[in-house]
Each structure stands twice: as structure tokens, then as C-alpha cells.
Design a protein around this ligand. Sequence first.
Ligand code: DGI
Ligand code: FE
Ligand code: FE
Ligand code: FE
Length: 187
Amino acid sequence: MDREQALQLVRQQIKGPRYDHTLRVVDTAVELAEKFGADRNKAELAAIFHDYAKLMPITELKDIIIKTKQDVRLLDYHPELWHGPVAAHLVYDKFGIDDESILNAIRFHTTGRANMTLFEKIIYLADYIEPGRKFPGVEKTRGMALVDLDQALLQALRNTITFLIDRNSPIFPDTFEAYNRLTMNKG
Ligand code: DGI
Ligand code: FE
Ligand code: FE
Ligand code: FE
């Protein structure tokens, strides 16, 4: 599938500001892929589809997670975490994208996980630092991404975990595991 076909499919599903966010994630992911030596076209495709399921009703997300045997622990946590695994399933099922590295980058883009691949790191970080993001501390993370991908990812995870703790929100174990591995310098 080429860039234009993929973008058209996404545009039908997520219009407006969410689509504009996706375009910025695509540009950022391509930059990071070129800088850190990952496949540019795969990064582009993963970024295009990463939020494909973002605007689906929660009930539908939940049904798909159960029916397609995604990680059911997710259902005990915030519904915001459900769109990644569902998007990974849908692009496989509807569009025949079967490259596991692309599917996993989509699947884990919200939570992260232990031992992320270069590719998963790029999509996670591109989503976090795209130029439209205004999170506290995002400037520092953007600067770090130009130098050291793991340090930038660690900073993004630290910011997200701190943000969730301040709101008294539970934190999905994969997010902690991603943070733990990186802070122990084990990727
Ligand atoms: O879909 P986007 O808005 O582009 O961004 P995303 O897929 O990274 O989802 C973002 C939000 O999910 C994140 O800012 C905070 C929220 N969230 C809730 N619980 C958790 C969580 N994020 C992580 N990493 N881990 C959680 O347990
Ligand atoms: Fe997302
Ligand atoms: Fe994110
Ligand atoms: Fe996103």
C-alpha cells in the first residue's frame, strides 16, 4: 500500500484535528527513522495508521479486544489505551498489512512495553513529540530526540507516568516495564 492510499483510508475514519495530528506524526516518524536508521516506508505506514481506531466508540473497541484476543488486561485500565491494539487488528484484517514490526508499533504506541524495537520506539516518540504537542516538558524531550532515542523515550515515559500519578490514574504495567528497562539501560 502506498502513502496516498493509506492516508485516504485514514482520512475516511479520522477527520479534522486528529487527522492533522496523524500527518505531523508521519513527518516526525520519518525524520526519526532517517536519523536512527529504521526503514522509512515502514515508519511512514505505521504512523499513518497509529490512531486509526482513535474515534471508535468504546463499546466497539472493547468488543474487538475481546473477540480478537488482544491483551485483556487493558480492559481494567483507561479506555484511552484500547485504540492501539484495535488499530493493529483492523489494519491487518481490513487492509492486509501483515508486517509484525508495523503492527506492533501501532499496537504498543500508547502504552510502550519492555524491550521495544527501534521501530516501536520511533512511533511512540513521534506521537509524543510531534510539533502540535504542548505537554509540559515536551520541548526538552524534542531536544533529546535529536541526540539519543532511548533517553528521549525514557523522558517521555517519565513525563507520562508522572502526569498519570498526579491525576491519581492507574498505570498500565507495560508502561512501567518500558520505563524500568530503559532506566536500567536495558532498552
Ligand atoms: O492517541 P494520542 O492522543 O495521539 O496519544 P496516545 O495514544 O499516546 O494516548 C495518550 C494518552 O493515554 C496519554 O497521554 C495518557 C493516557 N494514558 C492513560 N493511561 C495510560 C496512558 N498512557 C500510558 N502510556 N500508560 C497508561 O497506563
Ligand atoms: Fe494514539
Ligand atoms: Fe503516546
Ligand atoms: Fe497519536
